[in-house]
Design a protein around this ligand. Structure first.
Ligand SMILES: Cc1cc2nc3c(=O)[nH]c(=O)nc-3n(C[C@H](O)[C@H](O)[C@H](O)COP(=O)(O)OP(=O)(O)OC[C@H]3O[C@@H](n4cnc5c(N)ncnc54)[C@H](O)[C@@H]3O)c2cc1C
Ligand code: SF4
Ligand code: SF4
Length: 403
């Protein structure tokens, strides 16, 4: 039995709202989490349909701004910044909440192709949430846990995709306005299929005759812009090694960034818009070199949208831990259109998934998302070098002006 919903976002609000525990999330044929109802347990109360944020869009309960306060920022702690996807602002916010006796909820790697929300209560565990995992997350029953934590008077920082933030609000109802709840959404390009990532991991294991135990999706070994996908592997004899490819050469990043393996909901996302659904929105400030060159050293700079009054107080309390400058939402959107719009679905998505079990990922990439030609690669390289020279020139001039 299915819940009647077009393009389910896999937010799991229905699972968390069902008083009979009659719904579980299971992977469908394409590798996306879908609610499956146990007809034996279901009493047909209709709660799952009523709570579904995809059937009835949810708004930010804290009166978010259409023109949010926008800053470009990064963590002063260099090690945190380098381990994070963008500027490491998520960790600084999370540490603040933990210092106040609260808990932090975000996405961790739970298995080689299993990613899901966990509740973190101390700083040692925070590293598990750090960094983007570009695979659809298993929400589990985390919204129920958050409801109990808020009832018990704990401060909670929840982070996830915008559709997961909407799912949380839908389950919490009036409790979503609690002064103890802070929400963070990521600027979201879309959620890739778990099955495609499983295939990617299995192919690496076969090629390298070793087992993958973890993946870093945003390894900054070549800088923030040219980030790498890095897998850590173990051989049968116990040796550990890493396998790493830049975003331009890695086959998983190729299919992800070409929008061919995303959930169908992502092409019609209800939450890629202003006002944003969460209190705070975090993303990459990709055009920082053009807008605020003094904030760019290719180690990662975040765009931070402070959407509600509630969130501005929290951000003010971490200003001694971050380097920041005031910016504008329009400038951020110019370099990051997913703040206000959905990714366009690849025209061959259906064909790609129907061939997923038949062919290796390398071949699927050749068939549907071929790598750029040498001429295009040279053009990209030239653009990069010119950008670097321009940035260095601007930095030199601004240093002269300061002196
Ligand atoms: C699926 C996905 C798509 C994204 N698309 C874009 C984009 O198009 N443009 C852009 O600017 N930024 C995008 N981001 C956000 C960006 O990659 C950074 O996560 C963000 O800038 C925060 O970086 P940070 O350095 O502050 O903290 P980090 O420590 O890097 O951020 C980690 C946070 O991301 C959350 N997270 C990690 N993986 C997932 C997941 N699978 N599902 C839900 N939440 C997750 C964690 O809970 C944690 O709060 C995307 C993130 C994800 C997960
Ligand atoms: S969108 Fe969320 S609430 Fe609606 S059916 Fe899908 S998982 Fe359930
Ligand atoms: S693009 Fe929208 S629907 Fe897709 S994961 Fe992101 S927030 Fe959810």
């Amino acid at each position: 039995m299915n819940i009647p919903v077009q393009n389910c976002s896999s937010c799991a609000a229905c699972v968390n709202a069902c008083a009979r525990n009659a719904i579980t999330m299971q992977l469908d044929a394409e590798g996306f989490y879908r609610p499956v109802i146990d007809a034996e347990k279901c009493v047909k109360c209709g709660m799952c349909e009523r709570v579904c944020p995809w059937n009835k869009p949810v708004e930010n309960p804290n009166a978010a701004d259409v023109s949010p306060k926008t800053v470009a920022a990064y963590a002063k702690n260099e090690s945190v910044r380098l381990q994070s996807s963008s500027g490491g602002i998520f960790t600084v916010l999370a540490e603040r909440i933990l210092d106040d006796g609260g808990v932090v909820v975000g996405v961790a790697q739970l298995g080689k192709a299993h990613f899901g929300h966990i509740v973190v209560v101390n700083k040692a565990e925070l590293s598990r949430l750090r960094g983007s995992k570009y695979v659809q997350a298993d929400v589990g029953l985390v919204y129920q846990k958050i409801r109990s934590l808020l009832k018990a008077g704990r401060k909670v920082l929840f982070s996830g995709t915008p559709c997961q933030v909407a799912g949380l609000y839908a389950v919490l109802g009036n409790a979503a306005t609690s002064a103890d709840l802070f929400t963070v959404d990521v600027v979201c390009h879309g959620s890739p299929s778990v099955k495609v990532f499983e295939k990617y991991v299995a192919e690496i294991e076969k090629d390298k005759s070793a087992l993958v135990n973890s993946t870093r999706f945003r390894d900054k070994r070549n800088g923030w812009r040219l980030f790498s996908m890095t897998s850590s592997l173990n051989t049968i004899s116990g040796d550990c090694f890493q396998f790493s490819k830049t975003l331009r050469e890695d086959k998983f990043m190729r299919v992800f960034l070409q929008n061919i393996c995303l959930n169908t909901s992502c092409a019609d996302c209800h939450y890629g818009k202003l006002p944003r659904i969460a209190d705070i929105t975090l993303g990459d400030y990709w055009n920082i070199a053009q807008v605020h060159p003094e904030m760019d050293d290719n180690k990662g700079t975040s765009v931070v949208l402070l959407n509600t009054a509630h969130s501005r107080g929290l951000f003010d309390s971490i200003t001694d831990k971050v380097v920041q400058c005031e910016s504008s939402v329009d400038a951020a959107i110019a370099g990051n259109p997913c703040i206000v719009r959905s990714s366009k679905q690849h025209p061959k998505r259906v064909e790609f998934f129907s061939n997923l079990d038949k062919y290796a990922l390398d071949l699927l990439v050749k068939m549907y998302c071929p790598y750029p030609t040498i001429v295009k690669k040279l053009y990209y390289r030239l653009r990069e070098v010119l950008g670097k020279i321009k940035r260095m020139g601007k930095m030199y001039i601004s240093n002269l002006t300061i002196k």
